[in-house]
Design a protein around this ligand. Structure first.
Ligand SMILES: *[C@@H]1O[C@H](CO)[C@@H](O)[C@H](O)[C@H]1NC(C)=O
Ligand SMILES: *[C@@H]1O[C@H](CO)[C@@H](O)[C@H](O)[C@H]1NC(C)=O
Ligand SMILES: *[C@@H]1O[C@H](CO)[C@@H](O)[C@H](O)[C@H]1NC(C)=O
Ligand SMILES: *[C@@H]1O[C@H](CO)[C@@H](O)[C@H](O)[C@H]1NC(C)=O
Length: 397
């Protein structure tokens, strides 16, 4: 009896699960009209961002519409509080954007993936770049397309803190350091008697502890790219994306960008910026401080962005802010710097950084000998993470 009931509930449980394996056409865009930044976005007043709108026309599949011809006659207006909804070009005093079109494909579900029957989607789009909302308040962005369809995004521009508090900020990031990892560290390193720890981690002695939920904008999965983006910008984004909202276009550098705290600090205050990591320096956690791409895997272009800013990669997607060449860059990953290996154009990035006034150091000795008045690039391992090299040594003993 018990076995039978169990078997039944197992089967009932399994069927809906299988049907529910549906892939998204584009995360953050449940309708055929897409607005980036999407619904529920918070902004720091004056921080720069791009807007992209897309209108989708799936050629086939459950959402097929208009024989796959996307509606080109769309418009975006933005409304503050209950004020009038004004055209995006008026709100930001910018020129009308050039219309773009492209196609992409995706699988509606696992059955379609197994059968290799993708859905083809044609897209019409426009992007408005380097914008800022300076006045705090509630905003509504309305994309009107196909005559009567509308996609609405609610945005909140927060009030700035009335008091200037921090002069300098040092942010330590333990990559992947969730509550469970912190608990494990406490258990391993600190003696407990009858449930009372005899010593505490520094972290447990801090005046204030907070909690941030940095998972991806369109799934509950987190990766270093979207979580570091959340830490450095206050904006959520998709897995693998660095400081951009993932659009559906093929180019991973044209996605709508968001300004990082380092760029903002540099632009507004002329502040200095440093990035130091035990990882390879183009890895997502350090990369998210100063680079913008849909694809965290583009290591060479990420290093190029550190040095020259995002606009230098392609002026069609001009981005009027950058870390200005971070003052200090220390980490691993020499393979992204050595001429010809993975760099765009085969650029020797050691030379390129030197040409822009950087001291380049490759060992502790060179580091100790270098001054503190120069911008400095320190690359200390020839393959990936610094800690991994130590790991290999330990393993070989
Ligand atoms: C526009 O909406 C109509 C229904 O109102 C639909 O039949 C048509 O396919 C839509 N066209 C596009 C381009 O989405
Ligand atoms: C949709 O159209 C494309 C291109 O014609 C085709 O390859 C694909 O199999 C179609 N998908 C489905 C689910 O029929
Ligand atoms: C820049 O982007 C535009 C638009 O996507 C593209 O046509 C052009 O080839 C790109 N230029 C470079 C140098 O990648
Ligand atoms: C490629 O090389 C040219 C000439 O040295 C340089 O101007 C350009 O910025 C380089 N592009 C990249 C992406 O490194």
């Amino acid at each position: 009896m018990f076995t039978k009931a169990f078997a039944t509930s197992f089967v009932l449980g399994l069927v809906p699960l299988t049907i529910a394996q549906t892939f998204q056409r584009l995360g953050t865009c449940p309708t055929l009209g897409c607005v980036f930044p999407p619904d529920q976005t918070d902004f720091f007043p004056g921080a720069l961002f791009d807007i992209r709108v897309e209108v989708h026309a799936p050629v086939n599949g459950s959402e097929a519409s208009n024989k796959g011809v996307p509606n080109q006659d769309f418009s975006l207006c933005i409304q503050r509080e209950s004020g009038p909804c004004r055209d995006v070009t008026k709100v930001f005093s910018v020129k009308e954007a050039k219309a773009e079109t492209w196609s992409f494909s995706y699988f509606e579900d696992l059955f379609a993936r197994d059968a290799n029957t993708p859905i083809v989607v044609n897209v019409a789009s426009k992007a408005y770049r380097g914008l800022a909302l300076k006045t705090p308040g509630k905003y509504t962005a309305r994309l009107k397309y196909n005559k009567s369809s509308e996609t609405v995004a609610h945005w909140l521009v927060r009030s700035p803190s009335p008091r200037k508090k921090a002069k300098n900020v040092i942010l330590f990031i333990g990559d992947g350091m969730t509550q469970a990892m912190i608990t494990a560290a406490r258990l391993l390193a600190h003696k407990s008697i009858n449930g009372k720890y005899q010593t505490l981690m520094q972290m447990d002695q801090m005046e204030a502890l907070g909690h941030q939920m940095t998972h991806s904008i369109d799934s509950f999965i987190t990766d270093s790219a979207n979580s570091a983006t959340a830490l450095y910008t206050g904006h959520k984004t998709s897995v693998s994306a660095l400081n951009v909202y993932a659009d559906s276009s093929p180019n991973s550098f044209d996605d709508p960008k968001i300004e990082t705290i380092a760029e903002l600090f540099r632009r507004r205050r002329g502040g200095t910026v440093g990035m130091i990591s035990t990882a390879f320096i183009a890895d997502a956690t350090p990369a998210a401080l100063c680079s913008h791409t849909r694809d965290r895997g583009q290591a060479a272009s990420i290093v190029y962005e550190y040095l020259n800013g995002a606009t230098a990669l392609n002026s069609s997607f001009a981005w009027p802010t950058s870390c200005g060449g971070p003052d200090v860059i220390f980490g691993g990953g020499a393979e992204q710097f050595i001429a010809g290996k993975g760099s765009p154009n085969g650029t020797d990035f050691y030379k390129a950084f030197q040409a822009k006034g950087y001291d380049v150091v490759r060992s502790n000795k060179e580091l100790q000998a270098s001054g503190v008045n120069h911008k400095t690039l320190g690359i200390f391992s020839s393959s990936s993470h610094l800690s991994r090299i130590q790991g290999y040594r330990a393993n070989s003993h």
